[in-house]
Design a protein around this ligand. Sequence first.
Ligand code: AMP
Ligand code: MG
Length: 328
Amino acid sequence: MKILALYLLFSISLFFTFTSSACETDTLLRFEYQHPQMGTMFRWVFYAPSKTVADAANTALKAKIDTLNAVMSDYFPESELNRLCQTSGTGKKVKVSNDLWRVLKASQQYSKKTQGAFDITIGTLTRLWRRARSLKEMPDSTHIKTAHGLVNYRNIKMHRFSHRVRLQKQGMKLDLGGIGQGFAADECLYLLKKQYGITAAMIDAGGDIALGDAPLGQTGWRIELPYADSTEVKLLSHCGVTVSGAKYRYVELDGHRYSHIIDPHSGWPLTKHVKTMTIAPTCTQADAWATALCVMNVDAALRRSIEAENPGLKFWIFRDKDASSVKY
Ligand code: AMP
Ligand code: MG
């Protein structure tokens, strides 16, 4: 959850009112709503011809987010994702929904692009460390080792024509926490456009922000980007913006701060902390890269190759100043 990481300034007087609201611009009206889901608060702002249309669109967006949660959640035991995980190692090829197929496909794509720094098969490890965070207790090292043995995105087999998925290793679990909110934000933008013809829209999935057309009469959405020591307001549209890092979710044990982000190669949570910020053509892309870049050791040469291979992706990596107590 990246609450408070990115701040949206929609106008001088309005800085996220917490109720639905509307103001007139030409023939379209501005609407703003919120909906709690996926452990965060979703907020959307868009321009629509009437309150009737806006309320209908809001209802559809809430239903979409609820559906996506029922598909992607790893907290909800009956989610489609968890039901798929229950078949791991059985040899079953499970037919999955279109939503799950596409988010798994995207995850696999980012695993390849990041040489495995982004890997949703870290699920068994994230469950171990979630428990460690709530108990403030180091997980058992043999449990960590066993869970690490289940991490490898190549063990997700996706059958293109039948949309069936097979998880090869018994006990492997998937975690879409590094991409799900960005994916959901993109889906909401798409729904507004396809079903309601609404294109001037902003979806904030708890800090993963998807931007469509600019607000009416403006050249972009006013987004305040948090750099290491300063902020900058930029006018942005048609992109995703996100931040990642261990600022809010970590556990301190034996003098080390263990992040909620895990290095799939070592099987350990990050203890060298950075904050990343990404702007990309889609929010799915921005979300996955922001998580992966926390893990990757990006030098100048790697930066050049990432930028060359991913047109439109811009990223910043900051040393987490609050991590100064952590020994490197
Ligand atoms: P984000 O806030 O988008 O950076 O996502 C962080 C979440 O992604 C964590 O809480 C985990 O659920 C998940 N995650 C942790 N490490 C990884 C990783 N290396 N690859 C993919 N997802 C991860
Ligand atoms: Mg992410």
